[in-house]
Design a protein around this ligand. Structure first.
Ligand SMILES: [Zn+2]
Length: 409
């Protein structure tokens, strides 16, 4: 199994389901929670299943712990005739290539449809390799355009440009401050720059998708809704005619998407982006929509799922506050507060857990509930201040022998 694309510190998916974040003891009054999965079993790679008029469900294998991605084909037409608009494409692997060749074969499932085995355009929700990996191959094969948001396209090009570079000092410093041991740093150095090997070269130009854009695909209008936090400018696609939302990785039914801080922007607060985006989606979208996620099965229950995702992060933040109140912590010191499963190893899991821990830590810092100090054993440690004394005790004076600057301590 190839390594996951984490050598540049940008994993795709989350620690599966983060089971520690929504245990019953933490959420005793959580509402009943049941999503509906009306579409049944996923199609096998190389096969399709129609889940709405003119909308096909496709699935590709992934060589990672998260072992599949859903793609969607929408009946389309352009000046060359009928065809399919494809949403997301799979990772660049021999298995994805075989699946695509089966899909577009003369005797394959697409050829048997009124649109035939022709692709009119490729839309990618975001720039992670499982979504964009085969886009370049398809675009060249069918001489069609790639539609993507600008930040996703440009960020992807930037990450691909890291291929073959040495791990930068900024990144090494970032992970040392997070508490990584030197052997984990060595693994990071060895694997840095691997992002590009999971995708075919992107087309050199793209058609921009922007939040609020509406356009017609075949018989129906689709609207772009941008979400942030998992990736910089993630495009969801809404079709009100068909009551469908292609949610990409912005809302997943069974796992929570990775929300991480990366070395290129160590002070980022992606969790604020993520929580804001989810709240906006909940407010803007009806609960009756059939949600077509990139991983898992199509489902109904969008509002309940968003509530659960937001609630999981809020519980994680509460646990993090408690952990910081007990003493200063580095990123690796709060794994126990945020994740139920042990975080071991030096590669993917450590990188994801570190990024996600820093996302929660930076969020508390941005809210003024924690502060960050560098210099204690060369590590970044956090101290809590500005927290109601009824909830957290102030230990700052004990630790530093100095006065806490918060007026609330
Ligand atoms: Zn993703």
């Amino acid at each position: 199994m190839p390594e996951a694309p984490t050598s540049d510190g940008r994993p795709d998916e989350a620690l599966p389901s983060q089971p520690g974040l929504d245990t019953p003891s933490d959420a005793p009054h959580a509402p009943p929670y049941a999503l509906q999965y009306p579409c049944g079993e996923a199609p096998a790679p190389g096969q399709v299943r129609e889940i709405a008029p003119g909308v096909l469900w496709l699935r590709m294998p992934l060589p990672f712990a998260l072992n599949h991605i859903n793609l969607w084909a929408i009946a389309d037409e352009d000046d060359q005739g009928p065809g399919w608009a494809i949403v997301d494409t799979g990772t660049k692997t021999a298995e994805s290539l075989a699946a695509w060749r089966a899909l577009i074969a003369d005797d394959g499932p697409l050829a048997a449809t009124p649109q035939g085995a022709r692709i009119t355009r490729i839309l990618c929700t975001h720039m992670h390799p499982d979504h964009v990996g085969m886009a370049g191959w398809l675009a060249r094969k069918f001489q069609c355009r790639l539609w993507m948001t600008r930040l996703e396209y440009l960020t992807c090009r930037t990450l691909v440009a890291d291929t073959g570079r040495e791990a930068p000092d900024d990144a090494i410093r970032f992970y040392r401050l997070a508490g990584w041991p030197e052997d984990a740093i060595d693994v990071y150095r060895a694997r840095f720059g691997g992002f590009g090997k999971y995708l075919h070269a992107l087309p050199d130009s793209f058609r921009r998708l922007s939040d609020g854009d509406s356009f017609t695909i075949g018989a129906h209008v689709w609207r772009v809704i941008v979400g942030r936090g998992h990736s910089p400018e993630h495009a969801c696609l809404l079709c009100e005619d068909l009551d469908l939302l292609i949610s990409g990785d912005q809302v997943l039914p069974r796992i929570s998407s990775n929300v991480s801080v990366f070395p290129t922007e160590p002070d980022a607060d992606p969790l604020a982006d993520w929580l804001t985006s989810l709240a906006q989606l909940r407010a803007a979208l009806g609960d009756q929509l059939l949600v077509l996620p990139a991983h898992g099965e199509p489902f109904r229950g969008l509002h309940a799922r968003i509530d659960r995702l937001i609630g999981g992060h809020q519980i994680g933040l509460t646990r993090l506050r408690r952990s910081l109140a007990a003493g200063p912590k580095r990123a690796i010191d709060v794994f126990g507060a945020l994740f139920a499963r042990p975080i071991d190893g030096k590669g993917d899991l450590l990188g994801m857990a570190t990024g996600e821990s820093l996302a929660h830590i930076n969020h508390l810092v941005a809210r003024g509930e924690a502060s960050c100090e560098t210099g204690v054993k060369a590590a970044t440690r956090l101290r809590c201040c500005n927290v109601p004394a009824s909830r957290l005790r102030c230990w700052t004076r004990r630790w530093r022998g100095s006065r806490c600057s918060s007026t609330r301590c």
